[in-house]
Design a protein around this ligand. Structure first.
Ligand SMILES: Cc1cc2nc3c(=O)[nH]c(=O)nc-3n(C[C@H](O)[C@H](O)[C@H](O)COP(=O)(O)OP(=O)(O)OC[C@H]3O[C@@H](n4cnc5c(N)ncnc54)[C@H](O)[C@@H]3O)c2cc1C
Length: 524
């Protein structure tokens, strides 16, 4: 592939792959250092960021404290959070919200002008800043994209499909990206002194997901194929309440609906969460998602009942969810919303230190594609946009400290738009069947077999990036012989002590796939 490069673009500044909230915020924080932000889709509408509904967690309320936010994060993380990372994130959160306000993010406010704070599952008190009820992601993405577009040192390039990291010796020096399709496709090498991956998650590797189809784990796969250390890849969070109307991706019914008192009922109209957890519908996500999954596996249907708790306020308070329901012929003011769990968020990712550095020199990682140790085995609601902001600022500080910059040279013409292709059906089916909410050795081995067969029939780098990401999730899930947070093994239901994070390379995953040997586990 590298012998057919059509053009080379160089910058003395930074190259950021991804124009979700993590990528755009990093670019703004890097300014006045020049950066190229390269993305598949249009900044402001790109990635999971634009679809986020609930908002961002930060201890902004008078009764709140960063210690309380940190405590809730650690409890949700089921023993695998890195406390130092949790503390720094909880402490820096209010400052990053102030940054967003300064960029123009239109957070909802109370009549006295203070920030309106919402409550979500497993938070001890209301601490979610939000926009127009359930429109935080769209509004913040649009705000950051507008600021980036008017910032002269930021070059936004959409419509590129990155397929491989460029390396010189052991250092990452750029990214190979395609523009156009078929015979018109061009391969461009973007070279930079600092390369930052902000490529989001991998939900679209699953057949049922809330993520856009561009969330295919390709950044994780690219970094892993270049030798980067990966952390906790087995931990995938399933959102309990995707709206089950057969759409791909599945629209989301935000957790805030349950925060407002909506309840889950089965086909007989019976609530089932109160008997399973003291916090009932507001139990941690993995608990609620598994409970719904078990109802469905036992032949029940599950519904979210918002009629008493929200009722006529629905269209005004939750316009995004309301529109999704109405377009499927469901009026949530009067009717039950059918729900099912869907792949939603990847806690694992490219291993990162507190400055966002990966294990590869020249490569920084930020946002959902990174694993900083914040989320542990189960992400606390609304901590993911926050992580992108906190580490976006930290990566920018670190990169600025390392480089003295100049502008990019020889920018390419804008490529035509392309639609994000879904990963192969057989891969998505295998991930949803065998690597989802409940896992066992037999199913995980079967999934590794599907992944291996796909790899033998194609040398297409985009596919190999996806299969690398899928293999890391599956091999680490096979090696973790316990149940914890988002990872539930029906053949190993106990939680082991001490809690250990997974750190592995793609070569480790290949070995597990071949021989079932254990990955390196580092004690916390
Ligand atoms: C429906 C939904 C609701 C959510 N609600 C919340 C919430 O309320 N609060 C919260 O904190 N979190 C929420 N999340 C999670 C949160 O939105 C994501 O974790 C976060 O937006 C990830 O941001 P990011 O910038 O890391 O990645 P993304 O926003 O996913 O952006 C990834 C970027 O990388 C680009 N990219 C990826 N691969 C390639 C490639 N090969 N070539 C070129 N470009 C590429 C994409 O085009 C995109 O620009 C929600 C997620 C979903 C799906």
């Amino acid at each position: 592939m590298k012998t057919h490069i059509d053009s080379i673009i160089e910058t003395d500044g930074a190259l950021i792959l991804g124009a979700g909230i993590a990528g755009l915020f990093t670019a703004l924080k890097l300014a006045p250092m020049p950066s190229i932000v390269l993305a598949g889709t249009r900044p402001g509408l790109s990635g999971s960021s634009a679809w986020a509904q609930g908002g961002i967690a930060a201890a902004m309320g008078e009764d709140d404290s960063w210690q309380s936010h940190a405590r809730d994060t650690i409890v949700a993380g089921a023993g695998l959070c890195d406390p130092a990372v949790v503390n720094l994130v909880a402490q820096e959160a209010p400052a990053r919200i102030e940054d967003l306000i300064a960029y123009g993010a239109p957070f909802d406010r109370n009549t006295d002008g203070s920030l309106a704070l919402g409550r979500e599952a497993a938070h001890s008190l209301p601490r979610i800043v939000h926009v127009k009820g359930d429109g935080a992601g769209a509004a913040i993405s649009a705000t950051l994209a507008a600021r980036a577009a008017e910032t002269a040192c930021i070059t936004l390039l959409e419509g590129f499909h990155a397929v491989e990291l460029a390396m010189e010796k052991d250092r990452v020096t750029g990214i190979f990206a395609r523009s156009g399709l078929g015979p018109d496709a061009r391969l461009i090498l973007f070279r930079a002194r600092a390369v930052i991956l902000a490529t989001g998650g991998l939900g679209a590797l699953y057949a049922v997901t809330t993520n856009p189809l561009e969330s295919r784990g390709e950044g994780l796969g690219m970094a892993a194929r270049a030798g980067a250390l990966v952390a906790d890849p087995e931990f995938v969070q399933f959102h309990p309440t995707a709206i089950a109307v057969g759409r791909d991706p599945a629209p989301l019914a935000t957790e805030a609906l349950r925060g407002e008192g909506s309840v889950l009922v089965n086909g007989a109209g019976e609530r089932f969460m109160a008997a399973l957890h003291k916090d009932a519908e507001l139990a941690p996500r993995d608990v609620v998602a598994r409970a719904i999954h078990r109802q469905i596996v036992s032949g029940e249907k599950v519904f979210l009942d918002c009629r008493d708790a929200i009722g006529a306020e629905f269209p005004h308070h939750f316009p995004t969810v309301y529109a999704a329901c109405m377009s499927a012929g469901i009026d949530p003011v009067r009717q039950l919303i059918p729900v099912a769990p869907a792949a939603h968020y990847h806690m694992g990712g490219i291993a990162s230190d507190v400055l966002g550095r990966s294990s590869l020199p020249g490569l920084w990682v930020v946002g959902e594609c990174a694993s900083t140790g914040l989320h542990g085995a189960n992400r606390l609601a609304s901590n993911s946009l926050l992580e992108g902001l906190i580490f976006g600022a930290r990566v920018a500080d670190d990169v600025r400290g390392q480089l003295a910059a100049g502008a990019p040279r020889g920018l390419p013409p804008a490529p035509p738009r392309f639609a994000s292709p879904a990963p192969p059906h057989v891969l998505r089916e295998a991930m949803s069947r065998d690597v989802a909410l409940e896992r066992n050795a037999q199913g995980l081995r079967a999934a590794l077999g599907v992944i291996g067969r796909l790899e033998t029939v194609s040398s297409e780098p985009a596919l190999l990036n996806m299969t690398a990401a899928a293999k890391l999730v599956t091999a680490a899930a096979l090696a973790r012989e316990e149940s914890r947070g988002g990872h539930w093994r029906t053949d190993y239901p106990e939680t082991q002590k001490p809690a250990t994070r997974t750190f592995m390379t793609l070569a480790d995953a290949e070995r597990i796939a071949a021989t079932d040997v254990q990955p390196r586990h580092a004690s916390k």
